[in-house]
Design a protein around this ligand. Structure first.
Ligand code: PMP
Length: 407
């Protein structure tokens, strides 16, 4: 892709022209959710103005066009993650639902008492709690691959943990709390070496780097549309066709069946077997537009741009007295978690808001990460394609001002 003008990209996001508390908005909470470009907003509005009908049902033109748009979005997702077939692309509510689907369909069917699942210490709660629910249902074990103080896992340690009892390794591609990018391809090889499956939580990765499920080799990949400039309430579960074929349905209802009598129901073909009820049609179409937005920039360009901005931000923040960055992995995406000696993260974020700067102060739904670093919470600045050095400069001066007030 040609060199992109990231100032033009920023101009496509109407919300960034807004003032917050009398200051131009600096949005640095992309880890929580991203803002939406005009083309995604337009796609949603167009759908409801001109294209709205239920899918896979009507023989009339409007319904056929809605179906075409919805299925067209599925093909865009397929290309975006390099899945072999649209049968492997299941629309869900988001990463959380994708992981719960795998837990309650694939894992519940295939695991038994004494089997083991491995997760990393840096997982979001949505890649911990579904396995705990399953643990209580089946009597399986949940083992934790620990990380070092940079926030990195060790492949050798994973190698040492897996055995014929291991049925699944579930790991985040990129940590929302630390920014760590995990070596998911190598982790997949280790999982497969003992016959276990690999699930990758791509909620954070999907907006920041090229995703290639064929190259990773993983069995399951989950992502959320709202983190990648698309709407909320839409996400994707990628799973290998052979696995989906053998998995029981997750939910029952309309659209997921082929025929129903009171004696026997035959399920629909993939991927519809896993899409019970009227789906989030506009959400899928909006996600398709978000993929068009990202592909027009090019994911290599996105990654390169954010990498440079992360380096600038890391250097700028490191110069602040008493500031400690939590998570210093060698391979890291655009997330900076930090604490400041003597300042509570919530007080910091509240003062930042008064300056129009949106950052998150919390445990980031990754309480075990906070426990590892022995902090109650961190302030997190997480980057997106519209951020720039001026945003970082405003962040730095707001931190300095807040420090003066609080210390
Ligand atoms: N995993 C990670 C790493 C995340 O950052 C998030 C969202 N913060 C999730 C899973 C859950 O995604 P969602 O809330 O969109 O289902």
């Amino acid at each position: 892709a040609a060199t992109q003008n990231f100032a033009d990209i920023r101009a496509q996001f109407p919300i960034l022209n807004q003032q917050e508390n009398g200051h131009p908005l600096v949005y640095l909470d992309n880890g929580a959710t991203s803002q939406k470009p005009q083309m995604v907003i337009d796609a949603l509005a167009r759908y409801y103005r001109q294209e709205n009908a239920n899918v896979h049902r009507g023989v009339y033109g409007l319904s056929e066009r809605a179906t075409e748009k919805y299925e067209g979005a599925r093909e865009k997702v397929r290309q975006f993650i390099n899945a072999a077939s649209t049968k492997e692309v299941v629309f869900v509510r988001g990463t959380t639902e994708a992981i719960n689907l795998v837990a309650q369909s694939w894992a519940r069917e295939n695991l038994k008492e004494g089997d083991e699942i491995i997760v990393t210490e840096m997982e979001h709660h949505s890649n911990i709690v579904p396995w705990q629910l399953l643990r209580d249902q089946l009597g399986i074990r949940l083992n934790v691959l620990r990380m070092n103080n940079q926030g990195e896992i060790c492949l050798g340690a994973l190698q040492g943990m897996v055995s014929e009892k291991t049925k699944l390794v579930a790991a985040t591609h990129m940590s929302n709390a630390l920014g760590t990018i995990n070596p998911v391809k190598e982790m997949t090889e280790i999982a497969h070496s003992v016959g276990a499956k690999m699930l990758v939580d791509g909620a954070q990765a999907c907006a920041h780097m090229a995703i290639d499920v064929a190259d990773i080799g993983c069995d399951f990949y989950a992502l959320s549309g709202h983190k990648m400039y698309g709407p909320t309430g839409i996400g994707v579960l990628y799973a290998k066709e052979t696995l989906l074929e053998a998995m029981p349905p997750y939910q029952g209802g309309g659209d997921m069946i082929y025929s129903v009598t009171f004696e026997k129901t035959e399920y629909n073909v993939l991927p519809y077997k896993f899409e019970a009820g009227t789906p989030n049609i506009s959400g899928a179409i909006g996600l398709g537009a978000a993929i068009d937005f990202l592909t027009a920039i090019g994911m290599e360009q996105v990654a390169g741009f954010e990498h440079e901005l992360l380096a600038y931000a890391t250097e700028s923040l490191s110069r602040i007295d008493g500031l400690q960055i939590i998570g210093q992995a060698k391979n890291k995406g655009g997330v900076i978690s930090f604490i400041i000696e003597g300042v509570h993260p919530h007080d910091m974020a509240t003062l930042m808001d008064q300056d129009g700067i949106a950052v998150r102060a919390s445990h980031h739904c990754a309480m075990p990460v906070m426990q590892h670093f022995n902090v109650p919470a961190t302030v997190r600045a997480s980057l997106g394609v519209y951020n720039n050095k001026a945003d970082i400069d405003r962040l730095v001066s707001a931190i300095e001002e807040a420090k003066d007030m609080l210390l």
